[in-house]
Design a protein around this ligand. Sequence first.
Ligand SMILES: [Zn+2]
Length: 327
Amino acid sequence: MLNKIAENIYCKEVPLPNNPLRHINVYIIKGEDDRGLIIDTGFNRPECEEALQEAFDELGIQSPDVFITHLHSDHVGLVPKFAGEGSTIYASEIDGEIINFEVGNLYWYILDDMFIKYGFPPADFGRNTDIHPGRKYVHESRIDFKYVEEGDVLEYGGYKLEVVATPGHTPGLVGLYDRESKIYFCGDHILGTITPNITIEISADNPLADYLKSLEKVEKLEVEKLLTAHGTPVPDMYERIDELKKHHEARLAEVQKILGNEWKTAFECARDMTWEIECRNWDEFPAPQKWFATGEAISHLQYLYSVGRVERDELEGDIYYYRNKVE
Ligand SMILES: [Zn+2]
């Protein structure tokens, strides 16, 4: 379905097969002549390509330029196709560099070793990241991005779209904001139905601190229409920001309670945290879900460590263990 959001702005729900998110909202800004800009692309899969083509045909657009909000494969997947057609591909330098680093094995080896350092057990076979959904649909060649940074302005469809950097969900996540219409395309920075996954990434070892700071930052923008990359529209951005802050406060308290007076790894904390997933116990969690849960636990533990509420030490070789600070 193609929804008109505002003058020259449309939203296409692009399916994400076999993914719990179900679809991504791709925003299309119709420019002059047959060009335009799309924000994110969907996976590198025929279902996504067909859905986009359907929207382009309906709007009379060809090979639009592409703005990538962040490095995840449900946002970047089809970029090589557009790059091949001569479209300009915008991204932040941080996420753009990681996207290109993901081509090949080194990125995945480093990520795997990082997780092992935080207590994720080494896989019995191969690498843990072999089970990572991001790796399954990764693009196969480097992309020649046009890098954008905070304050840059892209003009499409009569809008002056300012780049807003909001690190947290990924280190280089960027959104677009139009001051006049008060429309803000936020990517995965704020979502209505789920809380964005906050996890460590190469170049970001305290992502929750970055994320909370980014929420404070966008709270100061005047936003009437918040356009998120997944789920249904968020009627009130400010209310949602409050909910997200409270969610993380509660999570931080939960993690401290789980630590009690013991030393635990992030993996062990993840095992003991509560998750909204239909599994009876931790052993039943599918491997990728254990990975994401551990990432969440790491981001909360690292935050607590950075503000001095917990201490961290390398035990059992060089694995990070945490415990509540003993006064
Ligand atoms: Zn994402």
